[in-house]
Design a protein around this ligand. Structure first.
Ligand code: RIB
Length: 311
């Protein structure tokens, strides 16, 4: 039986307000949608829930508002078996929310209003140092203050904990954050912003990955949607194909990828195999509407991986 990895996520939570619409509205237009779905989201929370669903021991470090969304988020973490010792209330801000539109072609756009997530400070992370240092892997994204993420990575690396940076949503980041990242895993848009490099061809994608390596991260995994993933480190360049499915809603697929990648790496798989499996888990998630509710549990994920000859 595989080792049960310990994963700590220092990051965001949002309440996802998802509307299924025939197409994305034009500026100033009122459009009639198909359906509405309320769910737990936020990149940090999604990645934590994905890891927990696959069987990891997960600790979340996060701030929510003292409101119905914040209370619900706390209950949701507990129902997923996530340790909430370091989930705190921000008394002056609302919980983060994310209005999301998904069209008939399974394309989305997302607005985040981070709210209480911006109340998570470096001092809060210092109080969670023990759980960060006890983890096999720390995962961070960019939906909280960058100085808070930086503090979490500094603590992790002081104890040689493996770090995964998912630089999402797209934003500029200091070199120090990349230097503290064992793995940096951006999507296409994020890579373009971080490197100023077009991503039209795989050669351009590789060149972009190399720019990130030069800035200090050890391994780059580019998630390229239908083009699959590209793994680049000092000695390797490997293109990993996407898994074909009938997509309904891509929201959270990137988070399913990161959360499951952490679990598979924590279980001891090679980078290449972990990416192949995480790709498949993410693909499965886009076949259903919603974010966390679309993520498979371990049994379903393993069945799918077996069908794809990945186990
Ligand atoms: O990556 C998807 C997530 O981005 C959504 O759950 C939304 O809350 C935003 O954080």
């Amino acid at each position: 039986m595989a080792k049960q990895p310990k994963i700590c996520v220092v990051g965001s939570s949002m309440i996802d307000l998802i509307s299924k619409v025939p197409r994305l509205p034009k500026l100033g237009e009122t459009l009639v949608g198909h359906s509405f779905h309320l769910g737990y989201g936020g990149k940090g929370a999604n990645q934590a829930v994905m890891a927990a669903k696959l069987g990891a021991r997960v600790t979340m470090v996060n701030k929510v508002g003292r409101d119905v969304f914040g209370e619900g988020t706390l209950v949701n973490y507990r129902e997923q078996g996530i340790d909430t010792t370091h989930v705190m209330f921000d008394e002056s801000r609302f919980s983060g929310v994310a209005p999301i539109f998904v069209d008939d072609n399974a394309q989305n756009f997302i607005v985040i209003v981070p709210g209480a997530n911006l109340g998570l400070l470096p001092a809060d992370v210092q109080k969670a140092a023990e759980v960060i240092l006890a983890a096999d892997i720390l995962i961070c994204q960019l939906e909280i203050l960058s100085e808070t993420t930086l503090e979490a990575f500094r603590i992790a690396k002081s104890g040689n904990v493996r770090t995964i940076l998912n630089p999402a949503p797209a934003a500029s980041i200091p070199d120090e954050l990349l230097q503290l990242s064992d793995i940096c895993a951006p999507n296409e848009t994020e890579t373009e912003l971080l490197t100023g490099q077009p991503m039209g061809t795989m050669a351009e994608a590789e060149a972009a990955a190399r720019k990130l390596l030069l800035r200090g991260t050890r391994t780059v995994i580019l998630t390229l949607g239908e083009r699959g993933a590209l793994l680049v480190d000092e000695d390797t360049v490997e293109s990993i194909p996407a898994v074909k499915v009938d997509a309904v809603d891509p929201t959270g697929a990137g988070d399913a990828f990161i959360g499951s990648l952490a679990v598979f790496l924590g279980e001891g798989l090679s980078m290449s195999n972990a990416i192949r499996r995480a790709n498949a888990v993410a693909a499965l998630s886009v076949t259903r509407i919603g974010t966390q509710v679309s993520f498979p549990k371990r049994v379903e994920a393993d069945d799918f991986l077996e069908n794809q000859s990945l186990i």
